[in-house]
Ligand binder design. Structure first.
Ligand code: HEC
Length: 148
């Protein structure tokens, strides 16, 4: 009788300690994850805040290829799949043209559409598709397309 009680007690204690250890392990695991997450975010925003390179340009390129290249062309020269559009899609590799487009105007044209900067309505407004930060990434990427 005494012996079985002792065994039960040991079994109970073992079960309890397993639970406690498991609980602690879980907690540590959670903390570990949070710790891993924060530096990652910090690195990302540091890269964006410091230089616009490389994350902003990489993301700008990805968005441009996905949403804009069909008209503006993969290299931005206006020779996309819908080349026959009138007027033709803006040529972002044209240095003289790009000089007439300050960042704010470029941003506005993308955000509110080409009609918002006094052009045709052939370029749709993208403001509802992108976060303003993403539009800035696209602007930064478009700036690289003149090759200078
Ligand atoms: C359906 C085809 C089409 C798509 C897709 C498109 N554009 Fe355009 N875009 C045009 C055309 C056409 C013009 C020229 C409008 C004009 O000159 O009247 C233009 C002009 C522009 C201009 C120049 C405005 C100016 O001041 O001359 C910018 C900037 C621009 N597009 C950015 C973008 C970006 C960024 C994307 C992708 C997010 C995009 N466009 C997607 C057709 C398109």
């Amino acid at each position: 009788m005494q012996k079985t009680l002792k065994i039960r007690k040991i079994a109970l204690l073992t079960a309890l300690s397993v639970l406690v250890i498991a609980g602690c392990g879980k907690k540590q695991g959670k903390e570990g994850k949070a710790d891993q997450k924060n530096p990652a975010v910090a690195v990302d925003s540091a890269a964006v805040a410091g230089k616009k390179i490389p994350y902003a340009l990489k993301e700008g390129k990805r968005l441009f290829s996905h949403y804009c290249a069909v008209c503006h062309g993969e290299t931005g020269d206006g020779s996309g799949q819908y080349y026959g559009l009138t007027p033709s899609p803006a040529n972002f590799t044209d240095k003289a043209f790009m000089k007439t487009l300050p960042d704010e105007k470029l941003f506005k044209a993308i955000n509110e559409g080409s009609a918002s900067v006094g052009k045709s309505n052939m370029c749709p407004p993208w403001g509802k598709s992108f976060h303003s930060e993403e539009t800035e990434f696209i602007v930064a990427y478009i700036r690289t397309l003149t090759g200078s």
